[in-house]
Write a protein that binds this ligand. Structure first.
Ligand code: ATP
Length: 932
């Protein structure tokens, strides 16, 4: 063991690597780290230590190396096939004694595509790293004697930090004190069970990590209780730093859509290989010789290249990335990429009440003792205002010196962990707003927590949890005559009343009769019926302190003090968001720990529930079997007094009924429900680190309206993805049919070289497709029911559209091809028909891109300004296409031919037919719908 006297051997530079803090007492640790448990470090100490130890960060786990990312680009099955095509084409050219132009070009395009993919992926990784930084946790510390909240990365050895349930511990540290502090250390020890920490222990040097009960470690999670910790090690010198690769970041798994795209790629590649085999073998059998092998190979290679939509994977990735950016702008931080596309399919949003639907700015409105009601004046958290007696059952004397009221106000400050602070003449709170409101109430009569806590030290506590719905403290009351100590309890009135046996009336303890209980419950209902959040207060004198760990046993035979009702006004923007939800076929559901009446009043006010809507309490839910719950969930809009484990059952029941559920949560125990939900949503401001870790999305402003906004963005992303898939694959089908038709019609040779096809797939298809990904929301996007999340990407007519448009595309081009072939034969440059086919295919796609923006609206009805990118992409692509024909170096490279003005106009005319066709389809579709 190391004695404090030996502290001099730990010069600042050796502090961090020092690993045997568990052998020291808390006092020794404070001494060695030159800090104070009450006032923390001074600003100068912090600056010095920050320079010395740097930020409290783990070095990023090296992701894929540059080479690995690059290599992955070229192992993509589509590119592998292109490389194979290039090799075969080079062999053919060499045999013919030609320069292997196609092969060189294909290789260039493969490299270009690989580089593009590489830059996109690197950018995506950077964007995800930025998202990760945004979700980095904050922590409460005391510095210069002042409580403050700061980013965990700013912690230095010697800082005094405070832990509470749900916190992911950001450094290693020695505990100074702990109240029922339970920590899950699975990340470090693999042990799933939470351990109860014991600050008073001093251990031997060889105590294994899992047994170091006087220490806490980075990356582990507080499940219950509270604790005060001296930071001992930060960043890479922590235990976790040594195994840094275990840290989880923002997850980057491919989305279902990306997976389906990869599968589609595989199918297309295998399909095109089969096509090559079919054409070659069929051709050889038909001609009975191998002479035409090279021609056959040429046709089949072109077809193989045409089938594969080379530009598609890049466009999908970019669209998802754009989606996350749009969502961040609307305060929704995506943690798991699949959420971007699946958000649009949400059918039910289960939301907490406090802070998400309401403002989480509590203001106490009234205090009710058994026989007196006090109205409270004042605004915000300012401890300014009055308590006015408005009714009194027994007499009408103003008794602000009422003993009961005084006890309630004392309980407000002692049974409280929040801080009321004044900065720049403005009062604000650190900690739970419910507790902040109580501090502000007590402040109105001059009771302040710091002074009171000092006079009446806290001896023990049972912290608040959503399951227990109450909090108790045991304090030494200095100015109290008889008892050694007193317990104060606050929380859900029904639960606290159930533990009471008497009630304080005036200054008398009166036995609580059944009729009195009914009166109190009615008082509670009356306050809750006004939409107030009501807390009950009780007390109990104790002659002896209950043994450590058994404090809960003292929460009985309590003396009822009264009720405090506070207003937490609904967020004004939520009403509109709820309306939008309903129009979009999404059902909003409130799940709250609060009283049923409070919940119902607020739900009605916001439009979540009607007067006669069904609501369930946690107690009622508990009695239902899962099957019974499944039958009820569709009709219940408000769940009150629920515990986190009920949330899990509610999600499961909804999912069983085929609902696609988004669920919010903030506490540690909400994590299972968040994981189970299709979209788990954590609160950015009030959420615990554990809930954030389990979520798919974080609300940066804790606001329900943000969920609805993100859902809207999800729908936009999904419909844009479908839009460009329609556009790209329709074109591929058209190309294949045109190439196949040429030898069948005996036109001799392939109209398009692999290089030209690649140009089309990557550039003339790719650029407008990217622009289609920027398409804003259609006006009706939130006025239709959600689509089935499990539907195929080709559902709702998309597959049929692709085939239909592919065929129309092919017919138009084939008609042009036959005409152009005959028209150019016998002229000085008979190969021009191929360039005409190439040009028509490209320009027709431009019309397709413009028309595909909407299924129902005609292009002239749409405002071109809403997607200027598309018009830019169409203009740029058209110019590039013309350069391929009229700029000699490009013409030589791409093997095109000069077209006269008339020939170009004919191509343009045929291309325009494609646009006209799609617009006509819309007219017919509308007419059909109107008739129905
Ligand atoms: P929501 O689940 O919508 O966020 P909520 O904030 O009411 O609602 P909880 O935080 O689980 O849910 O609180 C449940 C109940 O516990 C409250 O209605 C209140 O009666 C009681 N309560 C809340 N905060 C405290 C606290 N700090 N101390 C004691 N009791 C509390």
């Amino acid at each position: 063991m190391v004695s404090p006297e030996s502290s001099s051997m730990f010069s600042d530079s050796t502090l961090a690597p020092f690993k045997t803090w568990h052998t020291l007492s808390a006092d020794q640790t404070l001494q060695i780290l030159d800090t104070d448990s009450e006032t923390g470090l001074t600003s100068e100490q912090v600056i010095g230590r920050q320079q010395q130890y740097g930020l409290n960060e783990l070095k990023e786990v090296p992701g894929r190396s540059t080479l690995e990312i690059l290599w992955d680009q070229f192992t993509n099955i589509m590119l592998v096939m292109l490389i194979a095509v290039a090799i075969v084409s080079a062999v053919i050219d060499f045999r013919k004694g030609n320069f292997p132009k196609d092969a060189v070009a294909i290789f260039s395009i493969v490299i270009l595509n690989g580089m593009l993919g590489y830059f996109q992926e690197s950018r995506a990784e950077q964007a995800l790293a930025a998202l990760k930084r945004m979700s980095s946790p904050r922590v409460r510390v005391v510095r210069d004697g002042k409580m403050q909240e700061l980013a965990a990365k700013e912690l230095v050895p010697g800082d005094i930090m405070f832990l509470e349930a749900g916190v992911q511990i950001p450094t290693d540290g020695r505990l100074v004190e702990a109240q029922n502090l339970q920590v899950r250390e699975a990340a470090l020890t693999g042990e799933a069970e939470a351990v109860i920490k014991k600050p008073s222990m001093e251990l031997t040097e060889d105590a294994p990590l899992g047994d170091r009960l006087n220490m806490v470690f980075m990356g582990t999670e507080v499940i219950q209780g509270r604790g005060q910790v001296i930071v001992t090690n930060t960043g890479m010198t922590t235990e976790l730093g040594r195994i840094a690769e275990m840290i989880q970041g923002v997850e980057t798994e491919p989305t279902p859509l990306q997976q389906r795209m990869t599968q589609l790629g595989n199918v297309l590649v295998s399909g095109s290989l089969a096509l090559v085999a079919l054409i070659v073998v069929g051709g050889v059998i038909k001609t009975g010789s191998f002479h035409s092998l090279e021609d056959l190979l040429e046709v089949s290679l072109s077809m193989a290249v045409a089938v594969v939509p080379e530009g598609l994977p890049a466009v999908v990735t970019v669209t998802l990335a754009i989606g996350t950016q749009r969502m961040v702008k609307r305060h929704a931080l995506i943690r798991k990429l699949p959420a971007v596309e699946t958000l649009g399919s949400v059918t039910t949003i289960c939301s907490d009440k406090t802070g998400t639907l309401t403002q989480n700015k509590m203001v106490v409105q009234s205090v009710q003792t058994f026989d007196q009601v006090f109205q409270v004046t004042g605004e915000g958290y300012d401890p300014v205002g009055e308590l006015q007696l408005i009714t009194s059952e027994q007499n009408n004397t103003i008794s602000s010196d009422s003993e009961v009221l005084e006890r309630i106000l004392t309980a407000c400050v002692l049974c409280n962990d929040a801080q009321l602070q004044q900065d720049d003449n403005k009062w604000h709170i650190l900690g739970d707003p419910t507790e902040g409101a109580l501090l502000s109430l007590a402040g109105k009569v001059g009771l302040f927590r710091d002074i009171h806590n000092h006079k009446n030290p806290r001896l023990a506590e049972i912290p608040f949890s959503s399951e227990r719905k109450r909090m108790s403290v045991i304090c030494q009351l200095q100015d109290h005559e008889n008892p050694e100590c007193v317990m104060f309890t606050k929380g859900s009135p029904e639960l606290i009343l159930a533990q009471c046996t008497s009630v304080l009336v005036g200054n008398q303890n009166v036995l609580l009769a059944e009729a009195d209980r009914q009166i109190i419950l009615e008082q509670n209902n009356a306050m809750a019926g006004k939409g107030l959040r009501v807390l009950g207060f009780a007390t109990r004198p104790l002659t002896i302190l209950p043994p450590e760990g058994e404090e809960e046993s003292a929460e009985q035979e309590l003396v009822w003090l009264g009720l405090v009702g506070m207003l937490d006004a609904p967020r004004p923007e939520v009403r509109e968001a709820v309306k939008l939800c309903r129009e979009a076929g999404i059902r909003p559901v409130m799940i709250t720990g609060d009283h049923q009446l409070t919940a119902k009043v607020i739900a009605q006010d916001l439009g979540i529930a009607e007067l006669d809507s069904l609501s369930l309490t946690g107690q009622e839910l508990q009695k239902l079997t899962q099957t019974e719950l499944e039958q009820k969930v569709e009709d219940v809009s408000v769940y009150a007094r629920v515990s986190p484990e009920h949330k899990l059952r509610i999600v499961q029941a909804l999912q069983k009924n085929g609902e696609f559920v988004a669920m919010t949560g903030d506490g540690v125990n909400d994590a299972p429900a968040l994981k189970q939900a299709d979209i788990g949503i954590a609160m950015g401001i009030t959420g615990t680190d554990v809930s954030k870790e389990a979520s798919d999305m974080i609300l940066l402003d804790d606001n329900f309206a943000t969920i609805v906004a993100a859902t809207e963005e999800g729908r936009v992303v999904y419909s844009n993805i479908r839009r460009f898939i329609k556009y790209i694959l329709g074109s591929n089908i058209g190309e294949v049919l045109v190439i196949a038709a040429s030898p069948i019609l005996g036109l001799g040779g392939v109209p398009l070289t692999p290089l030209q096809i690649l140009w089309m797939n990557l550039v003339t298809d790719g650029l407008p497709a990217l622009a289609l990904a920027m398409e804003p929301a259609e006006p009706a996007v939130m006025q239709r029911p959600p689509y089935n999340p499990r539907e195929s990407i080709f559902a709702r007519g998309l597959g049929l559209y692709m085939v239909r448009i592919g065929i129309v595309f092919a017919i138009l081009t084939i008609v042009l091809m036959v005409w152009a072939y005959n028209y150019t034969q016998g002229t000085p440059n008979p190969e021009r028909w191929k360039t005409m086919v190439f040009t028509t295919l490209c320009l027709a796609q431009m019309g397709h891109a413009l028309a595909v923006r909407s299924d129902t609206q005609l292009t002239i009805q749409m405002n071109p300004k809403t997607n200027p990118y598309l018009w830019g992409a169409v203009a740029l692509t058209t110019v590039l296409q013309l350069l391929l024909i009229y700029f000699p170096p490009l013409r030589n490279f791409f093997g095109t031919h000069f077209l006269s003005f008339t020939e170009l106009s004919i191509c343009l005319g045929f291309s325009a037919l494609m646009f006209i066709w799609i617009e006509m389809e819309k007219v017919v579709y509308k007419w059909f719908i109107n008739r129905r």
